[in-house]
Write a protein that binds this ligand. Structure first.
Ligand code: F6P
Length: 549
């Protein structure tokens, strides 16, 4: 197989960037009145405007050649038909089955997995209805008022992000809390606000071996037992989401109260499974189904739009590849203009960086091109007053995704327009910039003495030509959110295909976990300090000597 960076499509893109790297987007807009029409897509209630990118129509054609050369359509088919795409773990990749609202069979090892998916959805539904309706009570008979999700990574970020995003739909549900960090302050601070008689804990861990989650779950269990006195109370206040029934039982959770997930659900793609139980409890099962519906709608768009120029996740993926591999960007900013989407950057950080932060191909050969970028961001307009300075005038090129709902759930519609104005103005400012002549005219008009104006001039110039996508939803509903998340999941998948990496394993998190077990033994004194480098040895020694429990 030809090395990726030796393919004709890759070389054509390299040469193409050489040709257009000096072209300013202002001129591209000036020379093409139809640029927006040509470079925007609408599907599933989402508008993607990608016209403010440093591309021409020819760039798009060449990027599509790259996608076709990688057989993106074939790989999409393989994912949806349950092939074991996660080759290093021998697993299928079927988060799309979790929201397969068509209920068409999906086969893994000759077995249709849809009956199992539906069985767990039904179990979630009856549990959710019981808790929200007061039929499921705590040990002392009181209604559940607070639900605490204990999990980390994919067993935390998805539910946390979605529950926060759908706050306007949470009014009738119990209050939600999320504990992830092994820092004892996280669980302690949370427990301080709770009444054990009315609290329900979801211990959410695909493996049920994760150190952070088990430590927090044990702390919560002890707290509950101290208050309620009896082991039998655990069954009314703890449920689990996992693949590992044995470990769940060992922890003391009744298997009737375990919600099963499967090895073909990747942690960072799992919010659609029983890992989404805190979402269902917060917004109700009907709204949870709407979230699945939205994702399914995007799945269909992705799987059925073989004309890749119209396929929104594919276009988003190709733009990302363009900046990382041909323009030289190293980061990608996610900038939601909606306070309720404030956790989206953190969620996408895991989804993207754990998936495509890889240095070898799926067959183990080192790549000699860049793969996944650093994904970061924050809710606008806070970001504007923090890091946008660098995006506008710094030395790094940072491609941005601006995301906003056109209409808000807030009754302060005029204030939402202020937010929208900022959303639109920022991408315009990044693209057009402010040339020296304009900056000079403004300084002259301000009445500054000419020498002071001249000194200030370089600081007032904005080069512009800084790329962004604008993504608009009509409103942040469960359905639209489902589609938005699925859009990004598929974008990440397509990029992994092009980069030839396995986007569904995460071996890079293992080494730190293993070493932490060793260091913990040394800190607690169960093992003698071992053979470390000078820095690690002294850090262990320092903590041992200064630790006050
Ligand atoms: O960070 C590594 C990781 O394996 C993630 O992929 C996963 O989402 C997280 O840990 C939590 O794992 P588990 O659900 O097994 O506790």
């Amino acid at each position: 197989m030809t090395a990726l960076d030796q393919t004709a499509q890759w070389k054509a893109l390299q040469a193409h960037w050489e040709e257009i790297s000096d072209v300013h987007m202002r001129d591209l807009f000036g020379g093409d009145p139809e640029r927006f029409e040509q470079m925007s897509l609408q599907t599933c209630g989402i508008l993607l405007d990608y016209s403010k990118n440093r591309i021409t129509r020819d760039s798009v054609r060449k990027l599509l050649d790259l996608a076709n050369g990688a057989d993106v359509v074939g790989w999409i088919r393989r994912m949806f038909s349950g092939d074991r795409l996660n080759n290093t773990e021998g697993r299928a990749v079927l988060h799309v089955a979790l929201r397969n609202r068509s209920n068409q069979p999906i086969w893994v090892d000759g077995q249709d997995i849809m009956p199992a998916v539906n069985r767990i959805l039904e179990k979630m539904e009856s549990f959710t209805n019981a808790v929200r309706g007061g039929g499921w009570t705590g040990f002392t008979g009181k209604t559940i008022t607070d639900v605490v999700n204990i999990g980390i990574g994919g067993s935390n970020l998805g539910p946390l992000m979605v529950v926060d995003a759908l706050k306007p739909y949470c009014a009738e549900g119990p209050r939600s809390h999320f504990v992830s960090n092994v820092d004892p302050n996280h669980i302690e601070d949370t427990l301080k606000r709770l009444d054990p008689e009315t609290s329900l804990f979801i211990v959410s861990s695909k493996t049920f071996t994760t150190q952070e989650t088990l430590a927090n779950a044990h702390a919560a269990r002890n707290w509950l037992l101290q208050a309620l006195g009896q082991e039998t109370a655990v069954a009314r206040h703890f449920v689990a989401v996992s693949t590992n029934a044995e470990a769940v039982q060992k922890f003391g959770i009744n298997l009737d109260n375990m919600f099963e997930i499967w090895d073909w659900v990747g942690g960072r793609f799992s919010l659609w499974s029983a890992i989404g139980l805190p979402i269902a409890l917060a917004i109700g099962m009907d709204k949870f189904y709407e979230l699945l519906d939205g994702a399914h709608e995007m799945d269909r768009h992705f799987a059925e739009t073989d004309q890749l120029s119209e396929n929104m996740p594919v276009i988003l993926a190709l733009l990302g590849v363009w900046y990382v591999n041909f323009v030289g960007a190293r980061t990608h900013a996610v900038l939601p203009y909606d306070q309720h989407l404030r956790y989206l950057p953190a969620y996408l950080q895991q989804a993207d960086m754990e998936s495509n932060g890889k240095r070898v191909t799926r067959h183990g050969y080192p790549v000699d091109y860049a793969t996944g970028p650093v994904v970061w961001g924050a809710a606008g307009t806070d970001g504007q007053h923090a890091f946008y300075q660098l995006i506008h005038q710094g030395t790094q090129l940072v491609p941005c995704d601006f995301i906003a709902p056109v209409s808000s759930h807030s009754s302060l519609g005029d204030q939402h327009r202020i937010l929208l104005a900022n959303f639109i103005a920022q991408s315009e400012a990044l693209m057009t910039g402010r040339p020296a002549e304009e900056a000079r005219a403004e300084l002259e008009a301000s009445g500054l003495p000419p020498t002071a104006a001249l000194d200030l001039l370089p600081h007032k110039v904005f080069p512009g030509n800084r790329p962004s996508n604008s993504i608009l939803l009509d409103r942040l509903t469960p359905r639209r959110l489902g589609a938005l998340i699925a859009l990004y999941e598929h974008k990440i998948f397509v990029q992994g295909i092009i980069w030839r990496v396995n986007s569904f394993d995460q071996w890079g998190v293992e080494l730190g976990k293993q070493l932490a077990d060793v260091v913990l033994g040394e800190l607690t004194g169960t093992i003698e300090p071992g053979d470390h480098d000078g820095s690690t040895r002294e850090l262990v020694k320092y903590c041992r000597n200064h630790f006050r429990g």
